[in-house]
Design a binder for this molecule. Structure first.
Ligand code: RP5
Length: 174
């Protein structure tokens, strides 16, 4: 799979282009796993028709997972989820008057029947959203499963290296 293929499997949707610096890490994560994706800016409040139409046609266009990122009164994930049966992963975006608490609360309070799978608030959010998307796709894709195992191994190695580094520092204390 390549992120340059014309049929994206994951849609990253954000409420404003001001969300892009945060979301870029999610796009990079999908790219690193070789998952084709698209990135779009549309708003539950400023362009509600476009957001609804996008979600309503996402399945027929071959998308399999949607990642929704919005700050403030974050209704985007809910609007997308209302119009599709595809899984929607919500990224609460920090910022605004209460620094993301509003976005977090909006995203985690979906009513029964319209789930939005909410991930971490902050810079880890887009990365974790991308990883959940990869995990969903990996259920039917052994190649992606292998890549996820390799990813975990990389994390394990990084922690082991960190531990060795700290042990060396502690040893210097005498
Ligand atoms: C939300 O409001 C966006 O997702 C963004 O996080 C926040 C601020 O948007 P801008 O005013 O920067 O366009 O809709």
């Amino acid at each position: 799979m390549s992120s340059a293929t014309p049929t994206p499997l994951v849609g990253i949707i954000m409420g404003s282009d001001s969300d892009w610096p945060l979301l870029q890490k999610g796009a990079e994560t999908l790219r690193d796993f070789g998952v084709p994706f698209e990135v779009r800016v549309m708003s539950a409040h400023r362009t509600p028709e476009i957001a609804s139409e996008y979600a309503a046609t996402a399945e027929q266009r071959g998308l399999q997972v949607l990642i929704s990122a919005a700050g403030g009164a974050a209704h985007l994930g809910g609007v997308l989820a209302a119009h599709t049966i595809l899984p929607v992963i919500g990224v609460p975006v920090a910022g605004g008057a209460v620094n993301g608490l509003d976005s977090l609360l909006a995203t985690i309070q979906m009513p029964a029947g319209i789930p939005v799978a909410t991930v971490t608030l902050g810079s880890a959010g887009p990365i974790n959203a991308a990883l959940v998307a990869v995990q969903i796709l990996a259920l039917a894709n052994p190649e992606l499963r292998q890549k996820l195992h390799a990813y975990k191994e990389k994390l394990r190695r990084k922690v082991a290296e960190g531990d060795a580094k700290v042990q060396a520092e502690v040893a210097k204390l005498g």
